[in-house]
Structure formats: C-alpha cells, structure tokens
Design a protein around this ligand. Structure first.
Ligand code: NAP
Length: 236
C-alpha cells in the first residue's frame, strides 16, 4: 500500500473484533488502514467492510507479543495514526491467576505496547507528525478485586502515555489515551450481562475525535463511561 497524501494511514491493533473492529470502521471513511490481530479470517471480514466504506486496507496477522515479528511487520510502514488497542483481561484475584494468565496480560497490555510503538514512532518523529492513541481503561485509575494484574497493566498505560506525550510533542507527534469504562465485547466471559455497557462504537467515536483535532491541539486523555439506569451499582 503506497501512501495517499489525501488520506492518512492508521494502524489499528486488535482490529479483529470488539473495540478495534469499531475503530477500524469509524476511521474507514477518512483513513487508509493497516489492520492487525492474530485471527486472519476475522481481519479479512473487517477489511472487507472497511473497504466498502472507502478505505484501502492491508491486513497483517501478527502476534504483537512477539517483538521481532512486530518490528518486521510495522517498522517499515508510514503510519500517521497508531491505535494501540490490543488487550487482554482476566479479572481474577492474584492468588487465583495462573502464570499464563498473568504473563498474557503483561505481554499484550504492556510489552506489545512497547513493541508496536517502538516500531512505528521513529518514522513519525522523523516526519514531524503523527498520533499515537492508546486504549487504556478506567482500570488505569481504579482498583478492584480481580484487578491486581489487569488494573496494574492499565496503570502502566497511563504513566507510559503521559510520559511519552511529553517526550514527543515537540516533535509534532501527539499521544492520547482513551479510558473507557465497561464496553460490551468478547473481553468479558460468555454469559456476562453486557446490556448496560458502552458499545464499542462509543469508544471509536472518542478515538476519531482525539486523532482529528486541529494540528495545534492535543486531547491527551479522554474518559468514556456508560450512562444507564441498568448499570450495576459497583460497575465502571
Ligand atoms: N471491553 C471493555 O470493557 C474495555 C474497557 C476498557 C478498556 N478496554 C480495552 O480495550 C481494548 C480492546 O478490548 P476489547 O474489549 O475490544 O476486547 P476483545 O473483544 O477481546 O478484543 C481484543 C483484541 O485484541 C487482540 N489481541 C489479543 N491478544 C493479541 C495478541 N497476542 N496479538 C495480537 N492481537 C491480540 C484480539 O485479536 P486476536 O484474538 O485475533 O489476536 C482482539 O482483536 C483492550 O486494550 C482492553 O483492555 C476494554
């Protein structure tokens, strides 16, 4: 895919379903897209609907925990907007978490953020423009039983995002973090009541807003929450 000067190119991680899929759909009318996740078949479906909305789309099936694979896939691309969305949640108390559940969350929510951003950001800095948008969570400010790992990783995201913003804004590169409350996606186990939650499209609207502000304006942090009488009392 060669860059079309009139349409910025957005790389969306975790684009095979949920919030990432909605972000891809929201950007498709105005951006060309590089969509990545592991599930190539689902990525293909997302790509087809984004192409129908006007985007030129490239899909790349990559496990973003693999730093070498992420570097090889993304380092050579001219990306205007990077949406670091891929994430894993296992909302289980620390002593009940398996080692694999711990490592999966840290590897995707923390290390993959490093791998993908490290591959894409140098080009943005070199070109003097670009936007890195990260999907954090209200769990990046809150704590809850079952959040020792997930909330820990999302607290990391907040510190990473604000520090990175300060490091690269003079180079013309913006960094935003979107912090949703609960969103109805497959992040939650089957059978979870998601009726009161935000829709993925609500988060996608916030992403579009954050990455399309005027050049001199940066929305660094944007929190989006469900507003519903059906919301359980202790929910986010
Ligand atoms: N749902 C919520 O309530 C909520 C609230 C706040 C923040 N968030 C955040 O929003 C983001 C998206 O979550 P979601 O709710 O849309 O979850 P989801 O429906 O489970 O989607 C997760 C996405 O991440 C991708 N992914 C997971 N592991 C990966 C890996 N190793 N390599 C590449 N891609 C991987 C998945 O693709 P493949 O399986 O195809 O690889 C999928 O596209 C996450 O960062 C999450 O923490 C969610």
């Amino acid at each position: 895919m060669t860059q079309n000067l009139l349409r910025p190119v957005a790389l969306v991680t975790g684009a095979s379903r949920g919030i990432g899929r909605a972000i891809a759909a929201r950007l498709a009318p105005t951006h060309d897209l590089v969509l990545t996740a592991r599930d190539a078949a689902r990525l293909g479906d997302v790509a087809a609907s984004c192409e129908a909305a006007g985007a030129r789309v490239r899909t790349m099936a990559v496990d973003v925990r693999d730093g070498a694979a992420a570097g090889a896939a993304f380092a050579g691309l001219e990306i205007d907007v990077l949406v670091n969305n891929a994430g894993v949640a296992v909302l289980t108390p620390f002593l009940e978490l398996t080692p694999d559940e711990w490592h999966r969350q840290v590897d995707v929510n923390v290390h993959a953020l490093y791998h993908v951003t490290r591959a894409v950001l140098p080009g943005m800095v070199q070109r003097g423009r670009g936007h890195v948008c990260i999907i954090g969570s209200t769990a990046g400010r809150n704590t809850f039983v079952g959040g020792s790992c997930y909330a820990g990783t999302k607290h990391f995201v907040m510190g990473f995002a604000e520090s990175l913003m300060l490091e690269v804004r003079d180079a013309g590169v913006g960094v935003s973090v979107i912090t949703p409350g609960s969103v109805a996606t497959e992040l939650f186990p089957e059978g979870t009541n998601t009726a009161w939650m935000l829709e993925p499209e609500n988060v996608a609207d916030a992403v579009l807003f954050a990455v399309t502000t005027p050049p001199h304006m940066l929305v660094h942090r944007l929190e989006v929450r469900p507003l519903s009488p059906k919301r359980p009392r202790d929910s986010f």
